[in-house]
Design a protein around this ligand. Sequence first.
Ligand SMILES: [Zn+2]
Length: 346
Amino acid sequence: MTRSQTSRAAFTVLRELVALHTQNSVHFRNVTARLFPGALDAASLEELPYLPSEMFKTNALKSIEDGDVFKILKSSGTTGQARSHIYLDRETARSQTKALSSIFAAAFGPKRMPMLSLDNPGQLQNRASFSARGAGILGFSMFAHKRVFALNDDMSVNIEAVKAFLSADAPRKFIFGFTAIIWQEFLQKIDGFSPAACVGEAHLLHGGGWKKLAAQNISAQAFREAVTAKLPCVKTVRDYYGMVEQTGSIYMGCDAGFLHTNAHNDILCRDPDTLEIAPPGTSGVMQVLSVLPTSYPGFSILTEDLGTVHGDGGCPCGQPGKYFSIHGRLEQAEIRGCSDTYEAAA
Ligand SMILES: [Zn+2]
């Protein structure tokens, strides 16, 4: 399928989701009635209604009966901070897994690889309430046939485990972690491994935002160089953009250093003041769209992330789809007015 075909298919599903959630979620119905009166007849992606991500922290947004809740995902957050609660039924959970699997296979191939998690095993201990980190590790473990942790529970590096992983006899290996953890807790603590220490080639995927690294003036390029200098077996370094509110339909990074849409999602960039669509190439606040959520009204969310959509097709990597970058987060105060509007409507 060409991009315009996948885009049309996604729009058709998204429009059906407007009707579904209007019927099944009172919060969604109230917000759209007040702020998006033509929502059910949206003629383009840009006209679809959206909820601010903040609303998932302050309301139990569900489009299913309580008895059908299969799992609740929570966003990461420090103590005292409100966290998003995402209510999944079996169907939504299943479609999340399926989408993640197809996006992963498109980037790294369909074969399972041994996996090195650049984190500690403690992240998976409390299965009842996962942190976003734990959920990420578990999500990507589905594509691995053996998982090893690079860090101990006290966040020291388990050098022996890393050595054993790198020298294990497998032609392709998968390394996964969160950007800031990889940088601070792994790359800064190891001397590096010689090419002779590695068997086969490795592919590294990281996510979780650049905010902490940007604060230290560490660019994507510097991150990539540090990874390949210390782990010379790493042949590709990709990042991804995703959030607990739209688990599964992540945006995968490409070799040219941009993030891409795919058949499961779409993205729009809006002027933070007017909320009009920002012209390609200009910075704005990102609206994320996912075809997956049926159990909660999270298919179209105005995030607090700032980014730029560079174009629809035309990425130097040659892949179709929109390609974009994320720069950081809106200051809390900037989005305030917008959330207040929604709170009033909800
Ligand atoms: Zn690209």
